[in-house]
Design a protein around this ligand. Structure first.
Ligand code: PLP
Length: 377
C-alpha cells in the first residue's frame, strides 16, 4: 500500500497507454527543420498550451519545461539573481530546492532572510510583513507545504509584497498544489510558478516554470538555446507529454479527486482516534487533504517507517525527496517539540488509494506503534 504520494505517484494508465503512439509519431527532434521535426514541435507546443490552460496563464506569458521542479526552482531564483540584487526573502517552510538555493545565495554574500511559520505550518504573515521591506527584490513562497499540506494565502502575500516593492518578483513553488487544488496564476498574482509532473501521475524528471510576461530571467543551463533560450537541451517530449496529460486529467477531475481524498483523510483521522495511541497531528483541517503530518510520541520515525515497510506499507518521513533528511526545519519553525519531530511521519494520499486501504493503514499503524512501545517500555 502506497501512502507516500507527496514524494511521487504512479503514472496514470491513461497516459501510459498513449506513450507508444507519442514515441512513434513524435520521437523526432522538435528542433528538426524537416516536416516530422516540425510536427514534433507542434506537438510540443500543444503540450505547452495544456499547461497554460491548467494554470490559467495568458499566451503572452512563458512556460519553460525543465528536467524537474528542482531545476525549475533553481532557474527561477538563480535566473533572477543579479550582482545588484538587494534582498531575497523565502520561507522556513520551503522545499530544499528553494531553501538550499537561498542558503547558497547567502553563502555568496547576498542578503537573504527567512520568514517563520505559524504553529499550523503557514507563512507567518506578521513576520512576513516585518521582513518584506522595500529593498526585497525576490520573494519565493510555496503554495502547499510538502511536509504538512499547509496552504499559504499566496495572493495576499503577493498583494502585500507588491504594495511594499511593486518591482519585486514573486515566485511560488506550487508543486504540491497544481493538479490538486485550484491554481490560477492571475488570482494568485505570482510572477513565476513551479510545477512537477511526477507528483500528479506524470513521469519523473519533468518540471515546468511559468514566467509572467515582462519578467527577465537568465538561464542556468546554457547550450543550443531551446525553451526560449532559458533551458537548453533537446526537449524531453515524452516526459513533457506526461506533464501536459497529467495536468489535463487532474484539472478535469480536480473537485472530485479533492473530495475523494478529503474523505480518505477524514477516515484516516477518525479511525486513528478509535485506537488508544498517543499522537499529535500537525496538519490542520483546512490544509490540503493530500498530506497529513503526524507524530507518534515515543516512536522513532525511521524505525516505525521500517516496521510499516515490513508490513507492505509505504509512508514518508520529512521531505521524502531527500530520503533521510527529516523535516526538522519545518516542524521546528512551527514550534514543535524534539519528541514530535523525532516521531514525525507523513501520510500522503492519491486518488488511487481506497477507503479499505486507509482502514488497513490505520490497523497496521496501530500494530506497529503498539509493538514498538511494548518493546521499549
Ligand atoms: N517542491 C516541492 C514542494 C516538492 O514537494 C518537491 C518534491 O518533493 C519539489 C519541489 C521537487 O520536485 P522534483 O522532484 O520534480 O524535483
Amino acid at each position: 500500500m502506497f501512502f507516500d504520494n507527496a514524494s511521487t505517484t504512479i503514472i496514470d494508465k491513461e497516459i501510459m497507454n498513449q506513450l507508444d503512439m507519442v514515441n512513434e509519431k513524435y520521437f523526432y527532434n522538435p528542433g528538426g527543420l524537416y516536416e516530422n521535426g516540425r510536427k514534433s514541435r507542434a506537438f510540443l507546443e500543444m503540450c505547452r498550451n495544456n499547461v497554460y490552460s491548467a494554470i490559467n496563464a495568458s499566451g503572452d506569458d512563458d512556460i519553460v519545461f525543465t528536467g524537474s521542479a528542482t531545476e525549475a526552482n533553481n532557474l527561477a531564483l538563480f535566473g533572477l539573481l543579479k550582482k545588484n540584487t538587494r534582498k531575497i526573502l523565502v520561507s522556513q517552510g520551503e522545499h530544499p530546492s528553494i531553501y538550499n538555493v537561498a542558503l547558497e545565495m547567502k553563502q555568496r554574500g547576498y542578503d537573504v532572510d527567512f520568514v517563520s511559520l505559524t504553529a499550523g505550518g503557514c507563512v507567518d504573515f506578521e513576520d512576513f510583513k516585518n521582513k518584506m521591506t522595500d529593498d526585497v527584490d525576490i520573494v519565493s513562497i510555496m503554495l502547499v507545504s510538502n511536509e504538512t499540506g499547509a496552504i499559504n494565502d499566496v495572493s495576499n502575500l503577493v498583494e502585500y509584497a507588491k504594495s511594499i516593492n511593486p518591482k519585486c518578483i514573486f515566485h511560488c513553488d506550487a508543486v504540491q498544489g497544481v493538479g490538486k487544488i485550484k491554481v490560477d496564476v492571475d488570482e494568485l498574482g505570482v510572477d513565476m510558478l513551479t510545477m512537477s509532473a511526477h507528483k500528479i501521475h506524470g513521469c519523473k524528471g519533468v518540471g515546468a516554470l511559468y514566467i509572467r510576461k515582462g519578467v527577465k530571467l537568465k538561464p542556468v543551463v546554457y547550450g543550443g538555446g531551446q525553451e526560449n533560450g532559458l533551458r537548453s537541451g533537446t526537449e524531453n517530449l515524452l516526459g513533457i507529454f506526461t506533464l501536459s496529460e497529467a495536468l489535463r486529467i487532474a484539472c478535469t477531475n480536480l473537485e472530485n479527486n479533492y473530495n475523494y481524498v478529503l474523505e480518505l483523510k477524514k477516515l484516516f483521522l477518525n479511525k486513528l482516534s478509535d485506537f488508544n495511541l498517543e499522537y499529535v497531528v500537525h496538519s490542520l483541517d483546512c490544509n490540503s487533504p493530500y498530506i497529513v503530518s503526524l507524530s507518534f510520541l515515543g516512536c522513532r520515525a525511521e524505525t516505525l517507517l521500517n516496521m510499516l515497510s515490513d508490513k507492505g506499507v509505504c509512508v514518508g518521513n520529512g521531505s521524502a525527496c531527500s530520503s533521510k533528511k527529516s523535516g526538522n526545519r519545518i516542524l521546528e519553525s512551527m514550534g514543535r517539540s524534539k519528541a514530535e519531530i523525532e516521531s514525525n511521519l507523513r501520510i500522503s494520499f492519491s486518488k488511487y488509494n481506497t477507503l479499505d486501504e486507509v482502514a488497513l493503514l490505520v490497523e497496521k499503524i496501530n500494530e506497529c506503534v503498539s509493538a514498538y512501545l511494548d518493546k521499549v517500555r
